[in-house]
Design a protein around this ligand. Structure first.
Ligand SMILES: NC(=O)c1ccc[n+]([C@@H]2O[C@H](COP(=O)([O-])OP(=O)(O)OC[C@H]3O[C@@H](n4cnc5c(N)ncnc54)[C@H](O)[C@@H]3O)[C@@H](O)[C@H]2O)c1
Length: 341
């Protein structure tokens, strides 16, 4: 059956991978990407689908009520998947304001549009960071959907606030919502300020690889395609009003990841430079994905050892993409594409 899906934040890392997944899997669907193109959004990422007749790109802000309502009037979406967010913890520590604006107010604006125009499903892409962290010496503990919200950074607090609002819109207005809380993603089109692409770029340039503290913080890594498949299942088969945790039982310390990247690139470990730890740095994240597995049959398909090889190869083969970001040139791409239209 034909459906129209609005994907917000579709010019970012996970959103773009989701756009590709949806266009490939559902050739009868219409996919609309709504993205403000902040520093994290990169229109050249979507180059391969820009001419697809089932795809439309709209440059707008999810906080701009007038623009959002206009888009809903034009497209009458069946499903909205909200990836748009300020997503970098370090930036949230420097400047929390924009995180509250986009992550909370933007979510409210999208849901108001869903209420006004009607919707089959509103899906909120959230994060395991809303659960806070787990101690390093208790490998038996995992985040379940029942784990209390207990945030550490302005970023995770803004995402948790949005989740509460999403649940309130379900309870108060009967909005058909779902929420997914995923662990750390890696894969193609990851912005080069994040751990894995940053380490690849620095290693290739023989620059120091900055590692927080002793590098012992643990993250549960999931290949981005597996995250996209999980969201696809949730929006089509997930139960309204429910939260689904998504994670791959792929827990690795940061230092393990960094050493693995050096090994794959044939670079020496003396490039590693330990730097002062991040304020309030969460120790360990680990997801229990039992619910999504039992209810929807989801399981991660890509093992970390394969995913990291695919990722390093992608960054080797797509150097222009990330070098343009590092140089700032990607921000001119929109002007080049649309400047004279
Ligand atoms: N990256 C991860 O490991 C991870 C893990 C779990 C959850 N998440 C969540 O997944 C979502 C996507 O994460 P990502 O890593 O792809 O982020 P990203 O920073 O790569 O992309 C965010 C996108 O949102 C757009 N955007 C920002 N503010 C906007 C606004 N006001 N209006 C419209 N568009 C706006 C940006 O231009 C960008 O294209 C986020 O909600 C994040 O909280 C990410």
């Amino acid at each position: 059956m034909k459906k129209t899906v609005i994907v917000t934040g579709g010019a970012g890392f996970i959103g773009s991978n989701f756009v590709f997944h949806m266009l490939a899997k559902y050739p009868e669907y219409r996919i609309i990407c709504l993205d403000k193109l902040t520093y994290a959004g990169n229109l050249s990422t979507l180059k391969s689908v820009m001419d697809n007749p089932n795809f439309r790109f709209v440059k707008d802000d999810i906080c701009d009520r007038e623009a959002v309502y206009k888009l809903f009037e034009e497209e009458k979406p069946d499903i909205v998947v909200n990836f748009a967010a300020e997503s970098h913890v370090d930036r949230s520590i420097e400047n929390p304001g924009v995180f509250l604006e986009t992550n909370i107010m933007g979510t409210a604006t999208l849901m108001d549009a869903c209420r006004k125009y009607g919707i089959e499903r509103y899906h909120q892409v959230s994060t395991d960071e809303v659960y806070g962290d787990l101690p390093l010496d208790r490998p038996d503990l995992f985040f379940t959907e029942e784990t209390p919200i207990h945030t550490s950074s302005p970023y995770s607090s803004s995402k948790a606030s949005a989740d509460l609002l999403v649940q309130a819109y379900n309870r108060t207005y009967g909005l058909p919502v779902t929420i997914s809380r995923c662990s750390n993603n890696y894969g193609p089109y990851h912005f080069p300020e994040k751990l894995i692409p940053l380490m690849i770029a620095n290693a290739l340039a023989d620059k120091p690889l900055p590692v927080y503290g002793e590098g012992l913080n643990v993250r549960d890594w999931l290949y981005v395609e597996d995250h996209c498949k999980a969201i696809d299942l949730i929006i089509h088969k997930g139960r309204v009003g429910e939260v689904y945790n998504i994670g791959g039982h792929n827990e690795k310390t940061n230092i393990y990841i960094v050493k693995k990247i050096l090994e794959l690139l044939g670079k020496p470990e003396n490039l590693i430079t330990y730097v002062a730890d991040r304020k309030g740095h969460d120790l360990r994240y680990a997801i229990d994905p039992t619910k999504i597995h039992n209810e929807l049959g989801w399981l991660p398909e890509t093992k970390f050892d394969d995913g990291i090889v695919k990722t390093v190869n992608w960054y080797l083969e797509n150097q222009e993409w990330w070098k343009n970001i590092i140089s700032g040139e990607y921000q001119d791409y929109y002007e080049k594409m649309y400047g004279d239209r």
